[in-house]
Design a protein around this ligand. Structure first.
Ligand SMILES: [Ca+2]
Length: 200
């Protein structure tokens, strides 16, 4: 019994000492649709609207110019009403959560970009949102979005009126934790009860 408890404590410790994940899109070519290429690291992407592809800010593709990310490659999104979404998952693709998300977003051209960034929990409840308008200039047209909160499952970037399309880059998040299903929790509980029972 003591050995089992020690092993479970070891697993919990290993999980808590995980390192943050960093995604710069530099490992992908231009014009690649980004979907589940980073599932093993804990995130998958989806879109409604235009783009959803990698673009080079140094060419520039999609009219996207440097905005302060790790150049040249970035993930480009479209105009008003277009939505770029990413969700945190386990390597096996089941639902996951994180407690810290940080990324660079915007555009470096002369047009302004207005967009809303929303964070949701596993039950699709809105945790937080923030609106931004970025311009070209001193900050290269981009802004850093940083949000810390337990239970972040999904992040949505929605183009607002005035948006002409932009990019995101340098996505950083804390290691993703699996969301245990009710049946798994019950299984763990029954196992613990059984172990106590055979100990007696
Ligand atoms: Ca990049």
């Amino acid at each position: 019994m003591k050995k089992i408890i020690l092993f479970l404590c070891f697993l919990l410790l290993m999980q808590s000492f995980g390192f943050s994940v960093v995604i710069t899109f530099e490992d992908l070519a231009r014009f690649v649709y980004v979907t589940n290429q980073y599932q093993a690291q804990g995130v998958i992407f989806s879109y409604s609207g235009n783009y959803g592809q990698t673009g080079s800010v140094s060419v520039p593709d999609f009219g996207v110019y440097p905005f302060g990310g790790d150049a040249p490659m970035a993930l480009c999104y479209g105009g008003p009403g277009d939505k770029l979404t990413f969700r945190f998952v386990t390597p096996g693709g089941t639902n996951g959560i994180t407690d810290y998300v940080n990324f660079r977003i915007g555009d470096g051209d002369s047009a302004s970009e207005t967009f809303r960034v929303s964070f949701f929990d596993i039950n699709a409840n809105l945790l937080h949102y923030e609106d931004h308008t970025t311009y070209s200039g001193a900050v290269d047209g981009g802004v850093d979005v940083i949000y810390s909160q337990a239970g972040i499952h999904k992040v949505e970037i929605l183009g607002l009126p005035g948006q002409s399309g932009g990019s995101m880059d340098d996505l950083v998040f804390n290691p993703v934790q699996a969301v245990p299903e009710a049946s798994s929790l019950m299984c763990v509980l029954l196992t613990i009860l059984y172990l106590f029972w055979i100990k007696k």
